[in-house]
Structure formats: structure tokens, C-alpha cells
Design a protein around this ligand. Structure first.
Ligand code: BDP
Length: 608
């Protein structure tokens, strides 16, 4: 097995050609394309950019809302000098499922719209010629996949996606596509673990390859080699190591080589940061020092390109996060493009990495129906479909950890968002997932999941698995909003006093809180949806956070306004952004900037 989720890199032994650009595109509502030979020739003159969601590029509603099979097609040239190498196609993500064909031959199938996959096409490609690449994608939702939802059929026979989650079901080839030439014997994976010592740091590493030849590992600081070792497991000893830190990133170049005599058979390069992260005495410790988390839940979401990777937007987002004083974000509700983690590594941001386990409740309206704790609702983990869901969940978790485990920015794993976790099947579902995350991660990062607002300290059956508790809370918005803000505050305190009793020394953070605000809406005195109300809500909420020593982080919902399914609760999307969808500040951004740039990094470092 040559499974490898390493990020594509060109080195002395590896070649890369980017396949992004305009591809050909067609919807296939009757799923007739395979039989009709579309894998060899797509009968369509429609063009489609890659990477991008197809949805918001169209002007007609049927195309935007299209649900079912759809095709992408391009061609690629394989240089003659690549014969003798392994030729591999690598997709950053296709949402939600894909079948890949080269010259009409099926070479890969993949389910899950937010993680990479590849296809080895060595025996299929024609050298020194153009080859046809076709992708049959599908964006239907079901209760066994991540994220969860269902697919409905309209009276005219058209399918429509019905997400159980609060973000638009964007679809397409969302991340870069690469053609790679790799040596037959090669590095498949590596991992690192850090120890700080009196004189510097030690990096325990493991490398996995698909061949017998010896491996060396070197660490460079710029052009200076600072450590070296050999063998597929070993330790790099780094004297006077410069540590990776929040807003003060420092990266080293790791060079892994496979040698056959004097020849280098394979070379893989990556950038790593030396840092430790752990929880001790109810605090998050980065390199042994407390850090109070502040920042956002976010989405990969922007005008026109939808969820497609857009580097200018990524850049702007990091500039805004620096401006506002954030140091952390959660990749709600799915693993993001790898380029975003690389940027966080470079900029010194902390990431809580979330698997796409969202919508694990009966409907999106469930977060409004305060009926979860009272047993009126059927649980999500006691269904006939639950074993299939768990299998897919484990697969996605495995790929996420494999893909992201070497990023210094990644400090924790979020294994679910707001699952229905008060019913009897919760523990049986949670246990294997939490164990899997612990086993797979060489750095043993803390694990969490976000707790829905109707799951309380005494009714939430999942919380005991979490290394730190993450709450999504909306006192003053979904609960006791408007004139009831004082009552909201009292109810909030009441719940927090309950959490104090079940934390047993674990920190608690807020992974969501916030109000909708229509950009530009002002009202004195305040009403819900106005900027004034958003600020009053935030001041109340932050006062509650500051009252509790065990609250060790605040990630507001959401970084920016984002697109959702249309409906009576959403005004052309969710408006809880602190920035608009066009990445300009709302009034609340200034409130956060003042707070986050003045709170010390180690806010609440000592117990009161
Ligand atoms: C939570 C969800 C999030 C929603 C948010 C909201 O985790 O996806 O967008 O509430 O209602 O339930 O704004």
C-alpha cells in the first residue's frame, strides 16, 4: 500500500504539475454519464474553474441548487522523461464524493468532501501525449456521511440537498489538483514529537517508506544544518532551539532522504515548528507557558467561489485576525485546505482541527428546540445507520490526523460539532472515536467536541471523554434574547456553576457565542440584529467568561458572515460575522480588537 497524505512538494526526486484552471463541466441529473461514455468524452461546452464551488457561478436557481451527479473534465500532458516513475493524481478535496477516470479507466473512488485523496495512474497514462482526466462528483447528503443531512426530491423530480447543518452545501472541486511524478521507493509519511530540554529541544521522529533502503533526516535553520539522524525512527537533538510560538512562529526545514548507495532515491521536504502543547492544572500550556485562546469559529466561504480555495481571501483573513488580536481558530465544521494550516504555521496561529462530524441531530431547527435534555427526541446514535456513520467518521478522523499531525499550529482535535449527546447510544459512539484520536496522534493532542446548548452538565453524556470542554452557547440570542438579556445572564451563570462541578480540573472554552447582525443596522435603544444589541450581548457574555477562572478561551461565532441554506432564520446567510462576507469590520470588530489586544497572552494564568 502506497497510501500517503503528504502535501505535494517538488524536490530533487519529485515532480509536480498543477492542473488548476478552466475545466469542462456538466450536470448529470439522470446519472447516465458512465454508461454514455462521458468518462472518455464529456458532451458539454460549459467551462468551470478549478478550484471553486460551481454553485454561485450560475445565474439560474436550478443550477445553483443542483443536487446529484456532475462531471468535470480536463486533459494533462505526461512528459516522456517521467517513464519509470509512479504517476499519481492528487486532489485536495472534491465535495462530497468522487469517481476519477483517466483515459476512460476508473482509477479512484472517494467519499468525504474535505480531505485529500489520490490515484496512481502509472499503468494507464500515455507518455509524451495528452491524457483525459474526468471526475464524476456527487453532492447528495445522507445520514451515514459527514456532514450529515438528507436528499429530498421535488415534484418535478429534481433532487435537493437538505443539510442538517447551518452552512450552504457548496460542491465542486474545492482544492488544488496536482499531477505528481514520484520515485517508486519513497517516503509515505512522517511524524514528530517534541521535548524541550535545558539546552534546546529533542525531536523524536518516525518515517515510513515503501522500500528497504536506509533513511536520513536532517533539520535546517535557513541554510545551516542544525541536527541530523538516520533510521526510520530516531531523535534530532537541536541545541539552542528557537521555539514556535503564538504570533511568533519559527519554522525549520525538515529534509527526509532515502539512500541507495551514493544515490538519493527520494527526498521529501517540509517545514516544522518546535513547540509543546499540553493541558496542566486547568491551563493550556504552549512551551510550558499558559495561553488564553481568543479568536473564531470560521468557514471556508466567500462570494462567488463559495468554498473553493482562494489564496487572496486566505491572506486577507489572516491579516484581519492579526489586526483584531486573535490567536486561535477552529476549523468549523470540517478540515480546511492544507494551505490554510501552512499559513497558520507561518503566522503563529493556534488551530482546533475539526472533522466534518456536524448535523448529527434530526434537523437544523433542533438547535432552537430546547427539547434535547428531556428525552422527547430520538437520539442520533441509536439508528440502523449508526454503524455505517461511525465507520465513515473513523475514516475521516484518521485522514484528518494523518494529514494534519505535523502542523505546529494544530493544538487540538474536535471530534464532533453539536451532536445529540444526551441519549443512551452516545457513549458507545464517542468512546472508539476518542480512543482512535489518542492512538493516531503521535503528539497526543487534547481532544474535544462542541457541546450543543441544550446539553447540560448533568445531561451531556459525551463530556466526560473530552480533555477540555467546548461549549457553544447563545444566552441572549437563541435563549432569552432581546429585553431578557439580564435573565439570560442569570441563566448563563446558573449553567456555568453546573459545569464547575463536572470539570474536575479540565479547562473549558467557548467554541461558539454570538448574535446575528445585519451589517449597518443601528438602533437606539438596541433591538436584536442591530450593532448596538450585538455589543451589549458581547459585553454581558464576556463578563460571564471573566467571572470563571476555568474559562480558558473564547472563539466567537463567526469570523465572517457566511452562506447557508435559505430560510426564515437566515437573511441571505448567517450574519453572525464579526466581519462582513466581504471581509470588512462590523462595529463589534472594534470591541473585540480592544479586548483581545489588551488581554494578556496568559490571561487567568493563576488560580484566583
Ligand atoms: C450552532 C452551529 C453553527 C451555527 C450556529 C448558529 O454549530 O454551525 O451556524 O449555531 O446558529 O448551532 O449561528
Amino acid at each position: 500500500m502506497n497510501r500517503s497524505l503528504l502535501y505535494p512538494r517538488a524536490t530533487t526526486t519529485r515532480r509536480l504539475i498543477g492542473l488548476d484552471g478552466m475545466w469542462r463541466f456538466s450536470f448529470d441529473p439522470e446519472s447516465k454519464g458512465v454508461e454514455a461514455g462521458w468518462a472518455l468524452d464529456l458532451p458539454s461546452s460549459l467551462s468551470m474553474p478549478v478550484p471553486a464551488s460551481f454553485c454561485d457561478l450560475f445565474t439560474d436557481k436550478a443550477s445553483r441548487e443542483y443536487c446529484g451527479d456532475f462531471w468535470y473534465e480536463t486533459s494533462f500532458f505526461v512528459p516522456a522523461e517521467w517513464s519509470g516513475w509512479d504517476i499519481v493524481l492528487r486532489f485536495g478535496s472534491v465535495t462530497h464524493r468522487a469517481r476519477v477516470f483517466v483515459n476512460g479507466v476508473e482509477v479512484a473512488q472517494h467519499e468525504g468532501g474535505f480531505l485529500p485523496f489520490d490515484a496512481t495512474v502509472t499503468n494507464i497514462v500515455r507518455y509524451n501525449q495528452f491524457n483525459k482526466l474526468s471526475v464524476l462528483a456527487n453532492n447528495e447528503l445522507s445520514e451515514t456521511m459527514l456532514p450529515a443531512g438528507t436528499t429530498c426530491t421535488l415534484a418535478d423530480g429534481r433532487k435537493i440537498a437538505a443539510p442538517y447543518f447551518d452552512f450552504y452545501n457548496y460542491a465542486g472541486i474545492h482544492r488544488p489538483v496536482w499531477l505528481m511524478a514520484l520515485p517508486k521507493e519513497r517516503v509515505l509519511d512522517y511524524s514528530t514529537r517534541y521535548r524541550l530540554t535545558e539546552t534546546g529541544a529533542e525531536i523524536d521522529y518516525t518515517v515510513s517508506t515503501n522500500g528497504p533502503h536506509p533513511v536520513t533526516v536532517e533539520l535546517y535553520d535557513g541554510t545551516t544544518r542544525v541536527a541530523e539522524s538516520s533510521g526510520t525512527t530516531g531523535t534530532l537533538v537541536v541545541k539552542n532551539a528557537r521555539l514556535w510560538n503564538v504570533h511568533a512562529a519559527y519554522l525549520y526545514d525538515l529534509v527526509i532522504r532515502i539512500h541507495e548507495g551514493s544515490a538519493v532515491v527520494d527526498e521529501y521536504l517540509d517545514r516544522i515548528g518546535i513547540r509543546t502543547f499540553e493541558i496542566r492544572h486547568g491551563r493550556f500550556l504552549l512551551n510550558g507557558s499558559p495561553v488564553y485562546l481568543r479568536g473564531f469559529g470560521r468557514h471556508e466561504d466567500a462570494d462567488i467561489r463559495g468554498r473553493g480555495l482562494d489564496l487572496p481571501t486566505v491572506k486577507r483573513d489572516f491579516e484581519l485576525m492579526k489586526w483584531i488580536g486573535a490567536n486561535c481558530f477552529r476549523t468549523s465544521h470540517y478540515p480546511y485546505a492544507e494551505e490554510i494550516y501552512q499559513m497558520a504555521d507561518e503566522e503563529g496561529f493556534l488551530i482546533i482541527d475539526e472533522v466534518p462530524a456536524v448535523g448529527f441531530m434530526q434537523s437544523t431547527a433542533n438547535f432552537l428546540a430546547a427539547n434535547q435534555g428531556n428525552g422527547r427526541q430520538q437520539g442520533f446514535f441509536e439508528k440502523e445507520t449508526t454503524p455505517a456513520l461511525l465507520k465513515n467518521h473513523k475514516a475521516a478522523l484518521t485522514d484528518m490526523i494523518d494529514r494534519d499531525k505535523n502542523h505546529p499550529s494544530v493544538i487540538a482535535w474536535s471530534l464532533l460539532n453539536e451532536p445529540q449527546c444526551t441519549s443512551a447510544g452516545t457513549e458507545e459512539y464517542f468512546k472508539p472515536l476518542f480512543e482512535l484520536a489518542r492512538r493516531l496522534d503521535p503528539q497526543k493532542r487534547p481532544r474535544t467536541y462542541t457541546v450543543l446548548m441544550t446539553s447540560l452538565p448533568d445531561t451531556s453524556k459525551g463530556q466526560r471523554f473530552a480533555d477540555f470542554v467546548s461549549l457553544n452557547r447563545y444566552y441572549g440570542w437563541y435563549v432569552l434574547g432581546g429585553a431578557g438579556l439580564a435573565d439570560a445572564e442569570a441563566a448563563f451563570h446558573h449553567e456555568m456553576d453546573g459545569w464547575a462541578k463536572v470539570l474536575h480540573g479540565r479547562p473549558l472554552i467557548f467554541t461558539e457565542y454570538g448574535t446575528d447582525n445585519l451589517s449597518g443596522a443601528h438602533k437606539l435603544p438596541s433591538v436584536m440584529w442591530s450593532a448596538e444589541y450585538q455589543n451589549e450581548y458581547l459585553e454581558m457574555t464576556h463578563a460571564v467568561f471573566d467571572h470563571y477562572d476555568f474559562v480558558q478561551g473564547e472563539l466567537v461565532w463567526n469570523f465572517a458572515d457566511f452562506q447557508t441554506t435559505e430560510g426564515i432564520l437566515r437573511v441571505d446567510g448567517n450574519k453572525k460575522g464579526i466581519f462582513t462576507r466581504q471581509r470588512q469590520p462590523k462595529d463589534a470588530a472594534y470591541l473585540f480588537r480592544k479586548r483581545w489586544t489588551t488581554l494578556p497572552v496568559d490571561f487567568k494564568k493563576r488560580k484566583k
